[in-house]
Each structure stands twice: as C-alpha cells, then as structure tokens.
Design a protein around this ligand. Structure first.
Ligand code: CAA
Length: 261
C-alpha cells in the first residue's frame, strides 16, 4: 500500500486496524497525513472486504491532536478551504461507509482528531484520553464536521459548553456526555476494540450495513420517511443468502456462517 503516515493491518481476516502514524506531532493531520488517510478510505477500504474498521493513533499519547496548526498558520484562504473541503469529504466517506467503524481513542482526541472519532460509528476511550475542541483558542471553531456531529450526540447546550470554552474533558466525562461509548484501562484499549469488532464481525454484514444506513440516514429524516426507509432496508435484507442462513442456523441450533451475500 505504501503509505508513510498511516499503517494498516488486517486481523482475524475481517477486522482492519488503521493507525494514524505521525507520533512526533501527536498524530496531527497535516496535509500528507490527511491525504494518506483519504487515499486509503477512497481507494483501498472497499477492496479489503472488512467487516469492521478500527481507527487509532500511533504511540502512547495521542489518538489525533487535530489539524496541523503549524501548517494551517501558513495557509492562504484558498489553501484552507481546500483542506477543510477534503477533510469533510473523507470524514463523510468514513461515516457513510457500509463498513462499521470503531475509534479506539488511545490519548488526545482534539479538534480534527475528535471530529475523526465522531465520524466513526462507536468510540472506545482509554482512561487516559482527553477529548475536546480547542479551536476557539486559535480563532476558528470545529469545522471538520465537529460542530454538527457533536450536537447530534450530546445536545446543543452541552456541545456549546465544550466548544465555547475550548477545554478538554476526561474520558469519564466524555462517557457521561455520550461522546464515547466505553472507557477502558489504557493498556486494554486495543483488546477491547478487537473484542467489540469481533462481536460485530460475527454478525450478518449486509444486515449490519443496512442498520447503519437506517440509523445514519433515518436520523436526519422526519419519522415517517425514516420508517419507510427502514422498511425498504429490512426487505432488502430478507432477500439475502445471509438471511436464509441466519434463520436456518437458528432452527438447526448451530452458529450461522455468513458470507455477506
Ligand atoms: N498541530 C501541529 N503540531 C502539533 C499539534 C497540532 N494540532 N498538536 C501537537 N503538536 C506537536 C507540538 O507542536 C509538539 O511538536 P514539537 O515537539 O516539534 O514542539 C509535539 O506535537 C508534542 O506536543 P506538545 O509538546 O505540545 O505536547 P504536550 O504533551 O505538552 O501537549 C497537547 C499536548 C495538549 C495535545 C498540545 O500538543 C496541544 O494543545 N496541541 C494542539 C491541540 C489543538 O489545538 N488541536 C486543534 C487543532 S485545530 C483543528 O483541529 C481545526 C479543525 O476543526 C479541524
């Protein structure tokens, strides 16, 4: 694959681990790092046939410490627009990819790093992690999807408190406000992420993807339209080989073997 700033490996045949690899800058997403992430998501992710993608950060200190401040400070307005546009495109592709994703937040998840975690479906944090949006300290605000995705998770008022102050919160506080789903001992984070990924990977992949689409797309619709979408999606699941296998396996009292067909 030949990437400099991300590592990718496949475990147990179906779980991908993508590591943002720029630890000397706490995995901050400068252009090259963001491009590596983007090229992987655009060109390689679908070829890997994953059932779950885990995203994490290299080293012991950071998931991703945000956009690259040194690089941003040198950008023209049009450079900055391109940087923002590209990050939006890639985070949208992660959020809407049929493959479910888990952010293993192993340290600082700040600004664009917290926004990357928010583009994933589920977030597990190390007890040492610190999360937040320091952007207003820099004269900007969370603009790689953060101001929109976070409000949908924790509500406007709590999100405003976090964004207006720019203060970091602990993993425990993030758990209480719904920003992460689990907090685990630091050294256990990848084990926990792999166990969760393994549990999802055992299930019928087309059904999991359909559920993801129903939740992501449906939650932005009025209730009746969302219920109609749900009906369409469950009916499409019914016509899969995996549905036949899942129901047959139940009746034969054995574990199903799903093929994603
Ligand atoms: N951009 C560029 N470099 C960064 C960086 C970032 N976001 N975060 C950390 N680094 C670099 C530091 O400059 C430092 O480099 P040098 O060793 O060359 O000086 C190295 O990473 C280690 O960082 P620190 O020495 O600062 O480590 P620390 O433990 O003292 O502090 C920290 C850790 C609290 C996370 C601190 O690094 C920090 O505040 N980083 C900035 C976080 C931030 O503001 N993120 C938001 C960016 S804006 C954004 O993301 C916009 C958006 O909406 C997308």
């Amino acid at each position: 694959m030949g990437y400099e700033y991300i590592n990718f490996k496949k475990e147990d045949g179906a779980v991908g681990i993508l590591t943002i690899n720029r630890p000397r800058a706490l995995n901050a997403l400068n252009w090259d790092t963001l491009k590596d992430l983007g090229n992987f998501v655009e060109n390689d992710l679908s070829k890997e046939n994953l059932r779950v993608l885990i995203i994490t950060g290299e080293g012991d200190k950071a998931f991703v410490a945000g956009a690259d401040i040194a690089q941003m400070s040198e950008m023209s307005s049009s450079d900055f627009r391109e940087y923002v546009d590209y990050a939006h495109k890639i985070y949208d592709l992660i959020e809407n990819n049929p493959c479910p994703s888990i952010a293993a937040v192993n340290g600082y998840a700040l600004g664009g790093g917290c926004e990357l975690a928010l583009a994933c479906d589920i977030r597990i944090a190390s007890e040492k992690a610190k999360l937040g949006f320091p952007e207003v300290k820099l004269g900007i605000f969370p603009g790689w999807g953060g101001s929109q995705r976070i409000t949908r998770i924790m509500g406007n008022a709590k999100a405003k408190e976090l964004i207006y102050t720019g203060e970091m919160i602990s993993a425990e506080e993030a758990l209480r406000s719904g920003l992460v789903e689990r907090v685990v001992p630091h050294e256990a984070i990848m084990k926990e992420a792999m166990e969760l990924a393994g549990a999802i990977a055992k299930r019928a992949p087309l059904a999991v993807s359909a559920a993801k689409e129903a939740i992501n797309t449906g939650s932005e619709m009025d209730l009746q339209s969302a219920l109609d979408l749900e009906k369409t999606l469950i009916i499409s699941c019914f016509d899969t080989d995996d549905r036949t296998e899942g129901m047959k396996a139940f009746l034969e009292k054995r574990n199903p073997v799903f093929k994603g067909k």
